[in-house]
Design a protein around this ligand. Sequence first.
Ligand SMILES: [Zn+2]
Length: 115
Amino acid sequence: MLTPTSISRPKQYLLHIEWNDKTASTIMLETLRDQCPCAGCQGEEIMGQKVFVGIKMFKPGMNELTALTPVGNYGLQATWGDGHATGIYTWQSLRAICEAHGLSPEQLLVLISKE
Ligand SMILES: [Zn+2]
């Protein structure tokens, strides 16, 4: 099974994940929050239609990660600065988010050089 071997925060706004298949991903916390897998953020599938139960609005602290809590051995629960904590990222979904939205080494260099 694909699992992270290490998770770190090289920058306040970045999460770096090393996987047990010897690959690594770096993703912006903002992106991770954007991809929050809970029904409130991603909508619920009701009768084959995506229904959004809330409106996505910017809230102070929403892209600041305050805690990552392991859930069993299958994933992580993220707690955000605005108190949102219903999203559970399974290893599989975390990996899929990283593959779709992760930063390339070039993008990382550009980001860091802007500081
Ligand atoms: Zn959510």
